[in-house]
Design a protein around this ligand. Structure first.
Ligand code: 13P
Length: 251
């Protein structure tokens, strides 16, 4: 049985004060449950507040990005070890907003994944197609190429520590959710790709999260698909009742 992951990607929302309030509310409403792990990923400056507010709980904290180099003259960047020593367990890498606004390539994301792994952070690696690709029937080609590009130089031991997230770009922040069947089809495809590259054991163990307008009203169906092992949630993770509402639909 794969343990589900319900992760909140707060994006550029919540300063330190707001982070404390939200973490307090999540902490109060959450009962530890071996079926899933909760993760919150606040902006960099709010990570210490989240780590402090959630100390003593089983709720993990993650970063939303990190630099591809371990240290040096990279103005504005944050390193893997800075995230780790600030109390992060996870880091989201390759989010489509990083690809779109910061021109991140699969190769660069791959470098970040390697560095995260060698630093002791667990990467949550995102893939997903844009609407033009889906409409042209290229979803599997695009997602498959992203997977191959990112994991080109990553061995099985490293890969097994990762979490994957399928986030169709057209479903992010738009209110348009992929239907459970559409999402399941791609998740199944990704699991097949994992099996070809890393073997059945890795494929069976890998958690593949769905992201894109997930909310309590659609999470039951999405999370009941055989290859969907949790959610990477944007908008709905900014309110404790919605975030916990989603986790309560894990069966
Ligand atoms: P929304 O849940 O707001 O669509 O965002 C999804 C996402 O990008 C999570 O990383």
């Amino acid at each position: 049985m794969r343990q589900y992951i319900i992760a909140g990607n707060w994006k550029m929302h919540k300063d330190s004060t707001e982070t404390r309030e939200l973490c307090e509310a999540i902490r109060k409403g959450h009962t530890p449950d071996s079926r899933f792990e909760l993760i919150v990923c606040p902006p960099f400056t709010s990570i210490p507040a989240a780590v402090e507010s959630l100390s003593g709980t089983d709720i993990a904290v993650g970063g939303q990005n990190m630099c591809w180099e371990s240290e040096g003259a990279f103005t504005g960047e944050v390193s893997a070890s800075m995230l780790l020593t600030s109390g992060c367990k996870y880091v989201i890498l390759g989010h489509s907003e990083r690809r779109q606004y910061f021109s991140e390539s699969d190769q660069l994301i791959g470098k970040k994944v390697q560095l995260a792994l060698s630093s002791g952070l667990l990467p949550i690696v995102c893939v997903g197609e844009v609407i033009e690709d889906r409409e042209a029937g290229r979803t599997e080609d695009v997602v498959g190429n992203q997977f191959d590009g990112i994991f080109a130089d990553i061995d099985k031991t490293g890969f097994d520590k990762c979490v994957l997230a399928y986030e169709p770009v057209w479903a992010i922040g738009t209110g348009k959710t992929a239907t459970p069947e559409m999402a399941e089809e791609v998740h199944k495809f990704i699991r097949g790709r994992i099996a070809s590259k890393y073997g059945d054991e890795s494929a069976d163990k890998m958690r593949i999260l769905y992201g894109g307008s997930m909310k309590p009203s659609n999470s039951t169906e999405l999370l009941s698909q055989p290859d969907i092992d949790g959610g990477l949630i944007g908008g709905a993770s900014l309110k404790a009742e919605n975030f916990l509402g989603i986790s309560s639909t894990v069966k």
